[in-house]
Design a protein around this ligand. Sequence first.
Ligand code: TRP
Length: 339
Amino acid sequence: MTKQRVLSGVQPTGNLHLGNYLGAIQGWVEGQKEFENFFCVVDLHAITAPHDPRTLAANTLTIAALYLACGIDLEYSTVFVQSQVPAHSELTWLLNCLTPLNWLDDMIQFKEKALRQGEHVSLGLLDYPVLMAADILLYQADKVPVGEDQKQHLELTRDIADRFNHLFGQGQVLLKPPTSLIRAAGARVMSLSDGRRKMSKSDPSDLSRINLLDPPDLIQKKIKNCKTDPVRGLAFDQPDRPECQNLLTLYMLLTGKSKDQVAAETAPLGWGQFKPLLTEALIESLRPLQNRYQALIADPSYLEEVLHQGSYWAGEIAHQTLTTVRQALGYWSPRGSKP
Ligand code: TRP
């Protein structure tokens, strides 16, 4: 039986944080043997907000290296850079022309980001979900591991695929509508400064998150400063204590202990006793990942080769879909060649 295909991507905006890791990439790693996987660094998405050309390339390599450092295995997965496969841009254009504008202007993420960007909102930001649809549909992906915040984009991808098939498929499914792969609960990591908000790259305060490449002294400082509460004793599932819930959950996920074990261990503790335990767990679980990252980034030619091969293989598959789409849309091509 052929394996189902999985595709996902992360934008090369700076570093990855613990929320990206526990909420997404760790799930990709755990599931990778079961699927045929494509993981891309979505650098075309990165310019939908104002960006710095001096850091884009380095950030792209950082994310690719972090994928590998987190345990993405090239035996099961293809790692590539989105902009190295031109079919992503081209399919986006073709899909743009059959996507009704009103499907895009009430996307939640567009509205939120547009508010943040003020008067500099680009057409590209509005088009972000169509580019994401192209990423997915090019590979005929069966499953897309995404967080809650991306569910609406995945719905749109399905709608675009259905519409394309309906209008141009002549009864065939030319673009496969994907389904989402949502991780089991417990992997939603919250901000260190507000237990009710998600840990996020866009939070202006770096103290609100643990980045995967934070050195031990910085991790210690962040945990020392993180928000807690004045209640005595630590326990899970207390509705008014989101910070407590988040920090205990983090400790549980990092140490691999069960919820009951953690509950028993931490019940008699105060924050002053628990924080060093959590700090230690963070430092120790990130250490091997950081070591692997340093080794990868010290050998640019290896990483370059990985991405070169990844783009080549991804390009082969993407091009097949693009050809199908061009044919279905009726494009001219020189005789003897495919459109
Ligand atoms: N929009 C996704 C995010 O911000 C990133 C992304 C781009 C993506 N293309 C994708 C995720 C394709 C999954 C599949 O998280």
